[in-house]
Design a protein around this ligand. Structure first.
Ligand code: GLU
Length: 476
């Protein structure tokens, strides 16, 4: 079988983590099977669909390295085909016009509720006589179109993740609406289950891989495939992603869209790696740190869990930090430089930038950490509490004065590593203090705080901007 899978996002919001994970499983499966991964843009909700969301979805997938084959199918452009299929169902007597008003349907649901029953359309207009229909038309009722679902039907399929699945026709809510209300002599806007079947079939989709929240839709869609004599694809329903409290991950959890993760400083490699682990167990002997291109050869639905996956920030952070720590300095600088520029910071040279990232990289977890850590090199830092305390020690001013004088008498504009070390040793001896006191006082004066990367190297870099003297001068 030629494997053809698809992602069918609706451009009514930014690319959500769950959709991106579904995309990833589709993509991995297509790669593994030597098949195609396609996109279909489900933009029939014209009010909520937006061009900027579509761009966000394309950009997010590309950023993650999930490339697609063929041009994306735009669902709204296929409305005539969808309506033609509805007409086929009407002609076959498998669908019909239902004239029940919203008020009548509300009343029906209220009664069901009062009697402790689940809300379900009672198929009241399934067998209207032509006379009854013309009565409704005469009083101006606009019908929806419903597809007949028999209560007695059992629908079964073998899910690639969940195994044998069975759904009863009586649990599908009665005859299903497949087209919105419209005048009786036309066909209204086709609805989700109908258009998905029409499009998946037209796109020759072999496997439908999507979230488990679509399981009931799958049962309905199988009935449509059968009614239309179309090939039924294989289904795989992926587990939901839950937050740390075990609830479905939602907007309330703050960050849920891929572009937000990117903005926070997560790398695309860490995101793709982590999302694959959200539901997929790594086979024995395979490292949990991988590139998606590397594991596409071993990906299989056998290792996708049925149970929901809990989102684990610590694990994502760990992966991200590993990736940053292993990144070549040039690449890390490429990632950081645009963020530096956004702050109006310019590298004095490429070499300087490479040294800087070499210095701060090992303690970065997020790309954006590099901005915070680089800040004191570009901007005069505020004094932290520990910095203030250090500079209040009475020897601090003496030490700094000694160092400043030496710097001012030096012929060279920049300080070298050797000269910095020598100056610290001289200050220790001359001021008759411990070396630690010299180092701490100097760090507080130069960088505002007592924490940070290697002092000597940091000082060397700062001196490139000739800022070290000014900063020391403030405290003597
Ligand atoms: N547009 C649907 C969604 O975003 C697609 C579901 C499907 O894959 O059939 O959930």
């Amino acid at each position: 079988m030629t494997v053809r899978v698809r992602l069918a996002p609706s451009p009514t919001g930014t690319l959500h983590l769950g959709t991106a994970r579904t995309a990833l499983f589709n993509w991995l499966f297509a790669k593994k099977e030597g098949g195609s991964f396609l996109l279909r843009i489900e933009d029939t909700d014209t009010e909520r669909s937006k061009e900027e969301y579509l761009k966000n979805i394309y950009d997010g997938l590309q950023w993650l390295g999930i490339n697609w084959d063929e041009s994306p199918i735009i669902q709204s452009e296929r409305i005539n085909e969808h309506k033609q299929i509805i007409k086929t169902l009407l002609d076959k007597g498998l669908a019909y016009k239902c004239y029940a008003s919203e008020a009548e349907l509300d009343e029906m649901r209220e009664t069901q509720k009062r009697n402790g029953l689940a809300p379900k359309y009672d198929n009241r207009h399934r067998n209207l006589t032509p006379e009854q229909e013309s009565e409704f038309i005469k009083i101006g009722r606009e019908p929806v179109i419903r597809f007949k679902i028999s209560d007695e039907r059992l629908i079964s399929w073998t899910d690639l993740i969940r195994g044998k699945m069975t759904w009863s026709g009586k649990d599908l809510g009665g005859d299903m609406v497949i087209a919105r209300r419209a005048s009786a002599n036309s066909i209204g806007d086709p609805l989700y289950n109908l258009v998905v079947v029409a499009d998946d079939s037209a796109m020759k989709i072999s496997h439908v891989i999507r979230g488990e929240d679509h399981i009931a839709n799958t049962a309905k869609q199988i009935l449509l495939y059968e009614a239309l004599d179309l090939n039924i694809p294989v289904f795989a329903h992926t587990p939901l992603i839950l937050n740390s409290e075990g609830k479905k991950l939602s907007k309330r959890d703050g960050v849920t869209s891929i572009s937000e993760f990117k903005k926070m400083g997560y790398t695309s490699e860490a995101m793709a790696n982590y999302m694959t682990l959200l539901g997929w167990s790594v086979p024995e002997g395979i490292n949990e740190r991988f590139k998606i291109s590397e594991i596409s050869t071993i990906f299989s639905f056998k290792k996708v869990n049925k149970a929901s996956a809990k989102f684990d920030w610590d694990k994502l952070n760990w992966l991200n930090s590993q990736i940053i720590h292993e990144m070549p300095a040039e690449t890390l600088l490429e990632n950081l430089d645009p963020l530096f520029k956004e702050n109006g910071w310019h590298l004095p040279s490429q070499e300087w930038g490479i040294h800087l990232v070499g210095l701060i990289g090992p303690s970065m977890i997020l790309i954006n950490d590099g901005v915070d850590q680089a800040k004191p090199f570009f901007e005069e830092p505020e004094l932290s509490n520990d910095g203030k305390k250090q500079l209040k020690i009475k020897e601090a001013a003496v030490i700094l004065k000694f160092i400043l004088e030496k710097l001012e008498n030096s012929d060279s504009a920049f300080i070298s590593k050797e000269a910095a070390l020598d100056l610290i040793n001289q200050a220790t001896k001359n001021c008759e203090v411990k070396k630690g006191l010299v180092m701490k006082s100097l760090r507080a004066a130069l960088f505002g705080t007592l924490n940070g990367p290697d002092l000597i190297q940091s000082w060397v870099l700062l001196s490139r901007f000739r800022k070290d003297r000014d900063r020391i001068r403030r405290f003597i």
